[in-house]
Design a protein around this ligand. Structure first.
Ligand code: FPP
Length: 258
């Protein structure tokens, strides 16, 4: 399926975001505030994932994308990395049956070649078992980085289209877009980051071009239906101009012809 590019055409902006992308931050601080080990925060974070997935399905969100493990998270202490991997395996083993029942299609994007073979196999099986579901696509970004994505897409594009490597070749967005890891989804309408920090941290750099950004101090383990509603309330009153003026936004969308 091809989707509108926000820099090429003006996408429709319904009241509920079609695609929500979340950086789940604050697990460690949630745990520290309770004198618990950081890993307890990650375990509790899995409950928040479950609650948020359900809330998004209930609200009619079509795509939910979660940043579970960044290319840079390998820098964490080895025991924390290993716990995060085990949690990932546990989520896939335990939740896929429920995802099938709820009509959720699971996708995992990122450089999964760095994962152990058993996890890679589980990822492949989980994606295959949910491939025909249509209610909502849940994407887990694992060993993902926005810069990695643009580079891997560029390499894949040039492998497929060596003519584009020639000097002066007229490369367009549309040439690159099919090779980006999230090519199956529209660009996110709403980006949420929990945990009080206000940065993108190498998440979906290409895809966030015109996404509305929402930051909350709530730690990820405290996130769920109530916090999601607050984010949606904020989103609903945003004026999405996609480069136009306010006066232009007031008249119906006219998609430019190319
Ligand atoms: C950021 O909190 C969170 C992570 C790096 C991992 C997120 C993982 C989960 C919520 C559990 C696994 C989920 C899935 C979908 C498999 P932080 O540790 O950076 O918190 P801090 O900033 O308070 O230290």
């Amino acid at each position: 399926m091809t989707h509108t590019s926000s820099t090429d055409q003006i996408p429709a902006s319904p009241g509920i975001p079609r695609h929500v992308a979340i950086i789940m931050d604050g697990n460690g601080r949630w745990a520290s505030a309770r004198h618990m080990p950081r890993v307890a925060g990650h375990s509790k974070g899995v409950d928040a994932v479950r609650a948020t997935v359900q809330a998004c399905v209930d609200q009619g969100v079509e795509f939910l994308t979660l940043f579970a493990f960044s290319s840079e998270n390998w820098r964490r202490p080895a025991d924390e990395v290993s716990l995060l991997m085990r949690l990932f395996i546990m989520v896939l083993e335990r939740e896929v049956t429920q995802m099938r029942a709820n009509g959720i299609r699971l996708r995992v994007v990122g450089d999964t070649s760095a994962f152990e073979p058993a996890l890679r196999k589980l990822i492949d099986e989980s994606q295959a078992r949910t491939a025909s579901n249509h209610k909502m696509t849940l994407t887990i970004c694992a060993n993902y980085g926005g810069r990695w994505d643009v580079l891997q897409a560029t390499r894949a594009m040039l492998d497929a289209r060596p003519d584009l490597a020639e000097a002066g070749a007229p490369i367009t967005e549309a040439d690159l877009a099919p090779y980006l890891a999230m090519s199956f989804a529209p660009e996110p309408d709403l980006f949420i980051r929990t945990g009080g920090e206000q940065r993108i941290s190498n998440f979906l750099l290409w895809q966030l071009a015109y996404t509305e950004l929402y930051f909350t101090d709530a730690f990820w383990p405290d996130f769920g239906a109530v916090e999601l509603d607050k984010a949606f309330d904020s989103y609903r009153v945003r004026e999405r101009r996609f480069g136009r003026t306010s006066a232009q936004v007031a008249v119906p969308i006219i998609t430019p012809e190319h």
